[in-house]
Design a protein around this ligand. Structure first.
Ligand code: SDX
Length: 427
């Protein structure tokens, strides 16, 4: 079937014919890459209408509220798989068989420790530094430790980099927490599962055996799955852009961590809990809903809205169910959950939120489960970064293993036209 075409009509110019590419799922894309050669740019602040790349990893249908990883729905993966299997799926494109799974898990386990010098790096930070600031610095510093795998064109080098990042990021995350507490770092244990090991490094101490609750380990693993990847979001696009210059992959992931930190992105889970604290009581909800609707007020309802989802974020639905399950199993009656449920009910019945299709997103409920697991609010975005590392490295690997160009957007320039220099006396 011949490829579709688009005709661009611009006043005073000949018509420009552009190819239209048809995806396996989702919206057609108009290929505008030839336009610079024809003396015109497109303009799309925030890239809301721009497909920055071709990818086979994750598909999102914002209208349907659908999220697929290599064709598998997030609902099925959250219910039937585990995080390391999802890591394998994102990296290699297929779910592993038993032998592949065992080998993958074993390789990850053999890379969970960090170089002892990394432990010294922490001493450069204040104890009250935000853990995301520490994580940015420490992950970036990994680029100084692995000079044996710097040829990014070598698939084996890219693979060992992926293993090191997936394996070490929980160790580094837990170290960020322990450093803030002033407690000794816990070494990873190879007899524990991925989420179990993380919780052990977070809450265990050298003074006594620490038994990880299977309920909490399962909830933690599910949270890792729900945050693993999400197409070309701001932080993944940052990793791709940094990677497009051929930069060190550890430095590219550190760039992704920086982008994720913002409250409009991965920082929202921490912002949701702070917002619920600020609202305080169900009687104040209406006031905050009014603030969120007031254009002159910068306040936004944290955990609501999404650039792509104009329906329920499917991850929020799974998170909500998991929230009730975990709190019920732990016998926790969390007033913040009650408040969140009421806020959701009132917001979703409000014409403003309905008209603008603002639904709860992945961050709305995650904080409540993380709190139930015992994770402090300041560590919420660190957990998001831990989970998303596999998505970032999968996209980085997909880009580097295919033909790519350095990312170099242009601009709509509205500054001064050329003018002569004025000497000081004439200014
Ligand atoms: C993540 O991209 C991803 O995939 C991200 C992510 C991932 O997994 O990587 O899903 C993770 O970042 C989830 C989002 C977490 N952020 C928050 O919960 C912060 C609160 N949400 C908003 O900041 C906002 O919804 C954004 C940033 C998420 C999206 O912003 P957009 O693209 O501007 O949203 P929009 O274009 O759909 O907004 C439509 C309207 C706008 O008003 P108008 O200009 O049309 O008058 O709705 C308003 C927005 O101002 N609006 C909100 C709102 N979110 C959007 N108004 C009040 N409260 C909100 N939360």
């Amino acid at each position: 079937m011949s490829e579709k075409k688009a005709i661009l009509k611009v006043d005073g110019r000949d018509d420009i014919e552009l190819p239209v590419h048809t995806p396996t799922l989702g919206k057609d894309v108009i290929d505008v890459s030839s336009l610079t050669g024809q003396g015109i740019f497109t303009f799309d602040p925030g890239f809301t209408s721009t497909a920055s790349c071709e990818s086979k990893i994750t598909f999102i249908d914002g209208e349907k509220g659908q999220l697929l990883h290599r064709g598998y729905s997030i609902e099925e993966l959250a219910a039937k798989s585990d995080y390391l299997e999802v890591c394998y799926l994102l990296l290699y494109g297929e779910l592993p068989n038993a032998e592949q799974r065992d080998e993958f898990v074993s390789t990850v386990k053999n890379h969970t420790m960090v170089h002892e010098q990394i432990r010294n790096l922490f001493n450069g930070f204040r104890r009250d530094a935000h853990p995301m600031a520490i994580m940015c610095g420490v992950v970036g510093a990994l680029s100084a430790f692995y000079h044996d795998s710097l040829d990014i064109k070598d698939q084996k080098h890219r693979e060992i980099t992926a293993f090191r990042l997936i394996a070490k990021i929980p160790t580094i995350a837990a170290m960020c927490y322990k450093y803030a507490l002033g407690q000794p770092f816990m070494y990873p244990r190879n007899d524990l599962g991925y989420a179990e090991n993380f919780l052990h490094m977070m809450f265990g101490t050298p003074c006594e055996e620490y038994e990880v609750s299977p309920t909490l380990a399962r909830a933690m693993d599910r949270i890792f799955i729900l945050h693993a990847d999400h197409e070309q979001n701001a932080s993944t696009s940052t990793v791709r852009l940094a990677g497009s210059s051929g930069a060190n992959p550890f430095a590219c992931i550190a760039a992704g961590i920086s982008a994720l930190w913002g409250p409009a992105h991965g920082g929202a889970n921490e912002a949701v809990l702070n917002m619920l604290d600020e609202i305080g009581d169900i009687s104040n909800i209406e006031t905050y809903i009014a603030k969120a609707k007031d254009k002159s007020d910068p306040f936004k309802l944290m955990g609501f809205g999404h650039r792509v989802y104009k329906n329920y974020d499917p991850r929020a639905t799974v998170m909500r169910e998991s929230c009730h399950e975990v709190l019920n199993e732990l016998g926790i009656n969390d007033p913040q959950l009650e408040l969140a449920m009421k806020l959701e009910e009132i917001a979703l019945s409000d014409p403003y939120f309905k008209e603008k299709k603002l639904f709860p997103n992945v961050d709305f409920y995650s904080g409540i489960i993380l709190k139930a697991i015992g994770i402090p609010t300041s560590m919420f975005t660190v957990i998001f970064a831990l989970s998303r590392t596999v998505g970032w490295i999968a996209h980085w690997n997909e880009m580097i293993s295919n033909p790519y160009k350095i990312g170099r957007p242009r601009q709509l320039y509205t500054g001064e036209t050329e003018r002569s220099f004025k000497v000081l006396g004439d200014r």
